[in-house]
Design a binder for this molecule. Structure first.
Ligand code: SF4
Ligand code: SF4
Length: 134
């Protein structure tokens, strides 16, 4: 099927990308934005929703393995200001530079067209103005 008929990426809202894999690491500006959305101080936000990890602070991983902000219906509680990596997915730099990583991502994310080539994927990322993240 041609690219005109099948998008490179079409999120199926399965929620898989909100679980496991080391969690979502956050930067201070991202924490501030989420705290503001929830009308909490940064301190209270961090107490409730951030935990330490070997790679730095990350959103707390709930007992079910999902991000603390993953809600019923596969929705994100902080969607308007969710961390950059959540907004960037699946057009992450590692997938843009490594075709093998893209193939691996296809097995985890049903939103990525399994038939799309790495070239198509990169072209779509560029089309969406994400080239500067390479
Ligand atoms: S894993 Fe892919 S299809 Fe599922 S919610 Fe995440 S981006 Fe969408
Ligand atoms: S912040 Fe939202 S989009 Fe990102 S992992 Fe958590 S629930 Fe998913």
């Amino acid at each position: 099927m041609s690219r005109d008929q099948q998008p490179v990426f079409d999120c199926q809202q399965c929620g898989d990308c909100c679980s496991g894999r080391g969690g979502i690491h956050v930067k201070p500006d991202e924490v501030e934005a989420m705290a503001a959305l929830l009308k909490l101080s940064v301190e209270d936000f961090c107490r409730a929703y951030v935990e330490a990890s070997a790679l730095g602070p990350r959103l707390t991983i709930a007992a079910n393995g999902f991000c603390i902000f993953f809600m019923e219906g596969n929705l994100c509680r902080v969607h308007p200001v969710k961390p950059f990596i959540c907004r960037q997915w699946p057009f992450l730099p590692v997938l843009l530079v490594d075709p093998d990583e893209l193939e691996h991502a296809k097995t985890a994310c049903p939103g990525i067209d399994p038939a799309c080539s790495h070239e198509d994927f990169v072209a779509e990322a560029m089309r969406q103005g994400r080239k500067n993240n390479l």
